[in-house]
Design a protein around this ligand. Structure first.
Ligand SMILES: [Zn+2]
Ligand SMILES: [Zn+2]
Length: 287
């Protein structure tokens, strides 16, 4: 992750992003315009978590109601559904973010960065350092995130359906993000893109297949060695994660390898010992 790594890693990530922007420019078409705010919530119900597959159990009060009469449940996710086929409950939070400014800034940054190449490497390095949080998005408030994590810890099934949209290229991206996989309410855009979905992927057979994939591999908490599921993005048990979240120190040295559980100086962004890193099939993203 850019937060903790040197400029080389940040640069690599930005290059990847630039490629994605170029892909989009080549396409130059927008499949559909989604709506922001409360309308987005409604669209999530109408288009993704449809009545055909999901019964609505709870809907959290909207913002207008909250202003008059603040309810604690507004910290809860927007929806609680019952999957008709599996009889399991799912929480769903709907969020929408306009990323026009972020993409423009990234593009400006890369132009500037390229201009400085071979001319002033020192200035280039400085620029890189100053822009390491460029692509960081706030998904929700810290309080809300803590609440989502608590529910996720109890039920294991809290998803965020995130819409990211920009005015320049007019293409919306929809990501289905399991809250359990996030370390923080602040997430880098490339990670969000890894959860990109098509509408059909929310149909139960797809959703639960994804779900099984997320949860199938056993592993260890890198701080206390407790047995947990494998998760390259969040290699902590819930209690240790809570401690970690207070400080959000990505490079804090932990005690165990996430995969084999052997003693090893790991970190939240490098949770594997060298042996496991070499052989483990899922070394997604954060290299
Ligand atoms: Zn732990
Ligand atoms: Zn290991």
């Amino acid at each position: 992750m850019i937060v903790a790594s040197g400029s080389k890693v940040g640069r690599k990530m930005l290059e990847r992003l630039l490629r994605k922007i170029e892909d989009r420019l080549a396409e130059r078409k927008k499949v559909r315009n989604f709506k922001f705010g409360e309308s987005w919530e409604e669209e999530v119900r109408e288009l993704f978590f449809v009545p055909e597959f999901y019964d609505l159990i709870e809907k959290t009060h909207n913002f207008k109601q909250n202003r008059i009469d603040y309810v604690k449940s507004s910290l809860n996710p927007d929806y609680k559904f019952l999957c008709i086929y599996t009889n399991r409950e799912i929480y769903v939070e709907c969020k929408a973010r306009d990323i026009t400014k972020m993409l423009k800034k990234t593009s400006d940054f890369l132009d500037e960065y390229d201009k400085l190449a071979n001319v002033d490497p020192k200035k280039q390095q400085q620029l890189d350092k100053e822009n390491k949080y460029l692509q960081l998005l706030d998904l929700c408030s810290k309080e809300q995130f803590l609440r989502f994590k608590e529910i996720s810890n109890e039920t294991k099934v809290v998803f965020m359906v995130l819409l990211t949209s920009d005015h320049t290229y007019r293409e919306d991206v929809i990501s289905l993000i399991p809250i359990d996989e996030l370390l923080s309410h602040q997430v880098f855009y490339p990670q969000i893109l890894q959860y990109k979905i098509a509408e059909s992927e929310v149909e139960p057979h797809q959703l639960w297949r994804n779900f099984v994939l997320f949860y199938v591999l056993p592993a260890h908490c890198i701080r206390c060695k407790k047995k947990i599921k494998y998760n390259n993005y969040n290699p902590f048990c819930f209690d240790c994660w809570k401690d970690w979240y207070n400080f959000k120190h990505f490079m804090h040295v932990e005690k165990f390898c996430h995969a084999c559980g052997k003693s090893h100086g790991t970190t939240s962004i490098k949770p594997l010992c060298l042996d496991c890193f070499k052989k483990f099939p899922i070394n997604l993203g954060l290299k």
